[in-house]
Structure formats: structure tokens, C-alpha cells
Design a protein around this ligand. Sequence first.
Ligand code: SF4
Length: 367
Amino acid sequence: GLPAAPPPVLGKRRVTRQLGVGTVGVGSDFPVSVQSMTTTVTADVNATLQQIAELTATGCDIVRVACPSQDDADALPQIARKSKIPVIADIHFQPKYVFAAIEAGCAAVRVNPGNIKKFDDKVKEIARAAKDHGTPIRIGVNAGSLDARLMAKHGKATPEALVESALWEAELFAEHDFHDLKISVKHNDPVVMVRAYELLAESCDYPLHLGVTEAGPAFQGTIKSAVAFGALLRQGIGDTIRVSLSAPPMEEVKVGTQILQSLNLRPRKLEIVSCPSCGRAQVDVYKLADQVTAGLEGMEVPLRVAVMGCVVNGPGEAREADLGVASGNGKGQIFVKGKVIKTVPESKIVETLIEEAMRLAEEAGPQ
Ligand code: SF4
């Protein structure tokens, strides 16, 4: 038959220059990628590589490592060589580590011009080294470390101030004929952050890395990031994303991936369509949904599983999904591809759904 039409997306992608961050293409010709950052001491090579492996298994596309000391810089060559995903070195304060990271073979280097002293004077040398090694640079402006000159001019980290800082530095690189840049203008307030990226998107064609910085603990940070990224990605703005959470980095990757999947910017995998339950529910929907989600975690095959509490919307949703259950009277009607295949007692609902999901995954073959 005909290949299935691609799923609809909300906005046309903003056209950008293209970069290669190691093996990952970044820019409008490529899918939006998910980044995170390790929390280990970078100099502890084994621990860092172990966490990178966990991040890779969770679906992280690009990983960033901090480099606050010479020991960390010394660890970069081994980490860059052994990681299965591209490694970006994150440099603040000390320009010498920028050169170390480039020479270590890092896939890219993030610099924060706001807190590197006399950064402007270093741009020429950085541009030359980066060009020699084919290393892209991210200009990462943060509200919390905005260039003192712009702070003086704008009074605070307004969207205009963040953008002016980023474009100023990008212009210095451009003067040295260096254009392999990616830019971020992070702020902890999603409203300021969205406005900053909108302004930036209008003013340049560099790929953009999205982030709500210091977004907070998992619940708040997830919401702030999802709302802000959604507002931007809806306009086609954003080429890489990082969800910053005060939580293990694997959680950041899960949230980032889910944001992209929700917007059809990457194929949906496991999707649970479960009802909120209400006074009509004839089964404990929360428990059922949690158990099914846990039982199917890590499923690589796209699968919509409906978990519904009663017959009001149950059969309808269950029929539309690949797999579903509509509960009632202590029983669950199990649907596969729109048809009731059996009715099982409530205690067997979870295991039956998981069994059927595995069968469907096997039929679908390796993805
Ligand atoms: Fe309530 Fe039934 Fe709808 Fe679930 S499916 S929310 S239990 S009416």
C-alpha cells in the first residue's frame, strides 16, 4: 500500500544554517534533538561515561559535560572518544578550557560570554581553533550571568538584553568568518524566555538551542519547559532542546522526548490514553494506568493503549487505540485494533494488556 502520511505538525520549521555536532545534524534540515547534561564530576571518567550510557539508553541525542577544572579538561579526550553520543564541553570563566575542549575532540563547545573575562578579545583565537578542528560553538547566554555591559544598559535581563548579548558575540565570530554557531538565550521565566527566542529567531539564521534555565524541581520544571518549548516549536523555533530539572538527567531526557513526541516532532512510541476517572468509574483507573505504563516502559514500538474507567467513552477510545480496555462490572473488555478480543476479570486486565502489547510489538518486528 501507500506509505502512511507523516503525522501533522503545528508549525513550519524556521529555516536555519546547518551544523554537525559530531554525528548529529543540527538545524532545520534535521529533526529537533534532545540534550541533557551529566551531573557526575567530569574528571571521574568512569562515572561520567556510565551516566552518558544511561542517558544514551534513555534516548538522549547529545550530552553536555561541565569542565570547571584542569582535571576535568584532562578527562575530555577519553570521554569524547568513548561516548556513543556527541559530547559538548560546557565552559565558563576559563577560556583555556575552550581550547582544551576543542583539542580533546569534543563535538562542540558551549561558551558563556557573560562570564568569560575579556571574551571579546579571545574570539579570534577561539574561532581559529574551532575552525581548524571543525568544532561548532554554542553561544549560551544566561539571564543569571548576563554580560555586565548589557546589564548596565538594560537594567535587568530583558529579552532584548539577552538577544543583544548573543548577537553581539555572534557578530564577533562572524567578523572572523566563523559561522558554525548555535545560540541559546535562557531565562527562568518562560514568558521572558519565549519572547527572547522569538526576537532572536527574527534576527539571525543560526540554529537555536532552547532551554528554560533553572526551571525548578521536576513537576514545575516540566511544565515551564513544556509550555515554553511548545510556544516556540509551534512557530518552528528550536533545533535542540534541553529540559533543565532539579532531578536526575535521565528525567530531563524523558520529558524532552515526550514534548517532541506530543508535537509529532518525533515518532510517538508508547502512548497511554487513560481517562481521569470520575464518579462513573467502575475500576481504579489510576492504578490500572500506572501498572500498564510501568509494564510497558521502554516499549520501542509505537503503540496507543487506552485505559478507560467505564463504558461512556471506554469502548470508543479503546476501539481507536491499538489496544485498550473498557472496564465495567468487575470485568474488562479487551480491544485489539478496534475489536473486542476477549473479556477478562478485573484482576487479569493488566497482564492481558501487557501480553497483547508484547504480541503486537512482535508482529510489528524490529523498529
Ligand atoms: Fe468517567 Fe467513564 Fe469517562 Fe472514565 S471513561 S472519565 S470513568 S465517564
